[in-house]
Design a protein. Sequence first.
Length: 338
Amino acid sequence: MSNRVIKVGVIGTGGMGGRHVRNLTNEVTGAQVVALMDVDQARLKEVAVACGASHTLTDGNALINHPDVEAVLIAAPDRFHAALTRACIAAGKPVFCEKPLATSAAEAYQVIAAEVAGGRRLVQLGFMREYDPAHVKVKQVMDSGQLGKTLAFHGVHVNQASGESTLDDVVINSAIHDIHSARWLMSDEIVRVYTSHVPYQPDRPHTARLVLIQLHFRNGGIGTIECNVEAGYGYEVDVKMTGESGAAQTNSLQSAVVCRANQRGQWVEEDWLQRFNTAYILETKAWIDALQKDAATGPSAWDGYMAMLVADACIESARSAQAVSVAIPETPSIYAGR
Ligand code: ISE
């Protein structure tokens, strides 16, 4: 295995991008952040000083094509993900893109077309729950077959407070994680969804504070996703898988149970950066380890595209109050084995 240092350029130095820069710098041996891009100059300079990056840019394409940059991490706003990822593919550079891959399945497909035309996987997607130790244990139990066939997936996803969000945003930015978890943990594709939502106000149906999705899988399994972006008490993500002869579930709260004054309580994390701290480190570590071997790993652009196909169906279902089917395309060979 090669121990060469991979020179990384990071696009977006906000909360998520800043965390990735910190992890790549302090937690991941084999990576060096050499370039940063952001339109916020003050933030850009602050992060550059902290990580020692020599190049600070305000244009994403300039960073991607910079001769010192070997691999790119995209943590820009969602609407830029697909175009920036395609620019990385055009430049022949490996890219770690935060989720979602795009803001529609049609846009995600353009990334697939570009990657497939290039003939090799260059994209890893930030579906970090695949690296959360509790989720990994549940996956191992279900895949071992010790609980028989997997019958159902239940996902609960709670955000402290998001501010008034649109239905599209809740599905594409938040529930997209749960859609991916469902596909990954069930080892199956979602073929039909029925979505209901609670808007912020009855006369603002294009908004959503809570989305409930019923899932039907190709092999007969079923599932539910509850995504509440306005819980008001903290951040939680948990899954429960039901097998023929048992169940496996995560228990996201790792804090001590404290009993005091007739109360039994537990501290609840504030946000995803706290809850998935370990997963964020492990996913970038896996990315760099793979790049050192000239390989690709983890959630792929195809996973991003399949999740977007389901997300589009969920939005259509919530708008029409009808169940919506998802046509499953054939998987291109470069994504086989995932
Ligand atoms: C955020 O962008 C994330 O990716 C978090 O994991 C998710 O829980 C949150 O809802 C999103 O807004």
